[in-house]
Design a protein around this ligand. Structure first.
Ligand SMILES: [Cu+2]
Length: 363
């Protein structure tokens, strides 16, 4: 596992470096001034001056500049996995397995409004306001099907992006972020076992972590005449435990991307992303013992030790920027991520694809 992880990290760095070396020779003239230039040798009006839309906090703004954004994200999970193997619902459910209930599918949608403002050239402040909608389909050992649903405000994130380096064609910054526990951890719904009552929903149906989380990260981007590339490393460190005396697992993410610019209005690229997330520490006692069975033996989503996992995704991305007319400067972007490797503490629902679409406008 450790070797595999190291390989993935090296692959990400190599991808960045490879594209970087080929394009570094063609870096734009440092004295060439461009509209919205964020420093010498950096053209911020190019479609690929922003990373693929699934990357957060990838760029800074020039002093006094504002940006508003909206993102729609959809994550689709279908089927369960244990380690690197797919497992059928039938094998998890009684009498073959130990569980009376198993999740079969989950869709997570997020509407995210973002704001950025640069009080100085070297620091950009960013805030993200998510609205989350989660649906989870289940099957019971008696063949019954049911869906639980939760929706509402998620955890609001605030980040300071602090410039570390600015050279012709190269820029790097620190991501110093905090996630605030504005998302509910009290979501309830009806299930066949709750006899018409609303009952506390398991961990993946909650809208927030309930804890203040640190989001430390570092981002590098490079730009050549016709191409660009970048990498970001980001952590999610949970501080303490929430009001129910548990906390979600820490997480970390490494990603690299590259894009080419066939036309001044759009860029086409790709991204590779490694994520690892850990088990829940402690447990939510409100999950109780449905039908006299401890929650963690009733449905896998209620087991704090079946939450961790790691995943490698790759996928295409496109960025558009309007260069003329009333909508000048308006950006549209689209990205899809598909898994190439998944290893889960399971049975746990596996992520099959993640789609992100967004609009950004700076003024
Ligand atoms: Cu921005």
């Amino acid at each position: 596992m450790t070797i595999r992880r190291t390989l993935v990290v090296l692959f990400g760095i190599a991808l960045s470096a490879a594209v970087g070396t080929t394009a570094a020779a063609e870096t734009t003239d440092p004295n060439e001034s461009t509209e919205h230039s964020h420093g010498p040798g950096w053209d911020a009006s190019r479609p690929d001056s922003h990373a693929p839309i699934g990357v957060m906090g990838d760029h800074l703004h020039g002093e006094g500049e504002f940006m508003l954004s909206y993102r729609y994200m959809r994550m689709h999970m279908d089927g369960n996995r244990e380690g690197t193997d797919s497992v059928s619902a039938g094998s998890i459910l009684r009498p073959n397995g130990k569980y009376p209930v198993v999740p079969t599918e989950m869709n997570m949608q997020m509407h995210m409004v973002g704001a950025m403002y640069a009080p100085k050239d070297w620091v950009t402040l960013m805030a993200m306001f998510p609205f989350v909608v989660i649906d989870m389909d289940h099957r019971t050992a008696t063949g019954q099907k049911f869906t639980t649903r939760s929706s509402g405000i998620g955890d609001i994130k605030t980040t300071a992006l602090i410039r570390l380096l600015q050279r012709p064609g190269h820029t790097a910054h620190l991501n110093a972020g905090v996630s605030w526990p504005t998302g509910s951890i009290d979501r309830k719904d009806n299930t066949p076992a709750s006899m018409g009552q609303n009952t506390q929903l398991p961990y993946p149906m909650q809208l927030g972590s309930g804890t203040v989380d640190l989001l430390p990260g570092v981002t590098y981007s490079g730009q050549g005449d016709w191409s660009s590339w970048g990498s970001q490393a980001m952590g999610t460190i949970r501080l303490g435990r929430n009001s129910e005396n548990y906390r979600f697992g820490h997480e970390y993410m490494l990603t690299s991307w590259a894009a080419a610019v066939p036309h001044p209005w759009f860029s086409i690229g790709g991204r590779i992303q490694w994520r690892q997330w850990f088990d829940v520490e402690g447990q939510d006692d409100r999950l109780g013992s449905p039908m006299g069975i401890p929650a963690k033996d009733f449905v896998p989503t209620a087991d704090p030790d079946l939450r961790g996992g790691m995943q490698l995704d790759i996928g295409p991305s496109v960025n558009f920027i309007t260069k003329k007319g009333a909508l000048k400067g308006l950006r549209f972007a689209f990205e899809m991520l598909l898994p190439v490797y998944r290893d889960l503490d399971g049975p746990q629902l596996e992520t099959d694809w993640t789609l992100t679409a967004g609009i950004q406008y700076a003024f």
